[in-house]
Ligand binder design. Structure first.
Ligand SMILES: Cc1cc2nc3c(=O)[nH]c(=O)nc-3n(C[C@H](O)[C@H](O)[C@H](O)COP(=O)(O)O)c2cc1C
Length: 170
């Protein structure tokens, strides 16, 4: 139990990666974990696009303002909303956030560093990803997660702030 709590509190974004491949089997396990995220009405409105092609990774890095780490990442996973399954963007953004978070945590469990790269709801970023990966209408690029074995070890910083907790019991 304590180990799991420590695990949750020590996850950090990792943006520097070793030049080392991640086995497909592990990538599938990570995505499988994403599919266990909660979703409104259990619609599971997600699709996952694994990008390993160096030119495509570089193209996204070149055009997205905060995705430079993709130049050195061995791969990224793009999380997409299937708007037929969940047309309400308020819901699909929560569903896909939960799925994205599961990718970060599952990666961490395998010793793989990751960083959530924001896409939705910024239209220009959605279009960058849509164009590079040729994503058809009906699917909305929501987030990108860069992945790689860590070349840096960001330390955990204290974030607990009791003042942010509000209650009627004290
Ligand atoms: C919705 C969202 C969008 C983010 N977008 C980016 C991004 O575009 N580029 C980036 O380097 N980090 C991005 N991050 C990562 C945050 O910068 C990071 O989570 C935050 O600084 C806290 O650090 P930690 O993840 O190490 O705890 C994003 C995180 C979230 C939740």
């Amino acid at each position: 139990m304590e180990e799991l709590i420590r695990f949750l509190r020590t996850r950090r974004s990792v943006r520097e990666y070793q030049n080392k491949d991640i086995e497909d089997k592990i990538i599938f396990e990570i995505i499988k974990s994403a599919m266990y995220a909660p979703s409104a009405h259990n619609k599971q409105p997600w699709e996952f696009f694994i990008v390993k092609n160096r030119e495509k990774l570089n193209e996204i890095a070149k055009n997205h303002p905060y995705a430079k780490m993709l130049k050195k990442a061995p791969l990224c996973i793009v999380v997409l909303a299937n708007t037929k399954k969940q047309p309400d963007s308020g819901y699909f953004s929560q569903d896909l956030s939960a799925a994205t978070m599961n990718i970060l945590l599952a990666s961490w469990a395998y010793g793989i560093g990751s960083c959530w790269i924001g896409v939705y709801p910024k239209n220009e970023r959605i279009e960058i990803v849509r164009n590079v990966l040729k994503i058809p209408e009906g699917f909305v690029p929501f987030s990108i997660v860069s992945l790689g074995y860590p070349k840096e070890n960001p330390q955990t910083v204290e974030r607990f702030d009791k003042k942010r907790i509000h209650t009627d019991i004290w």
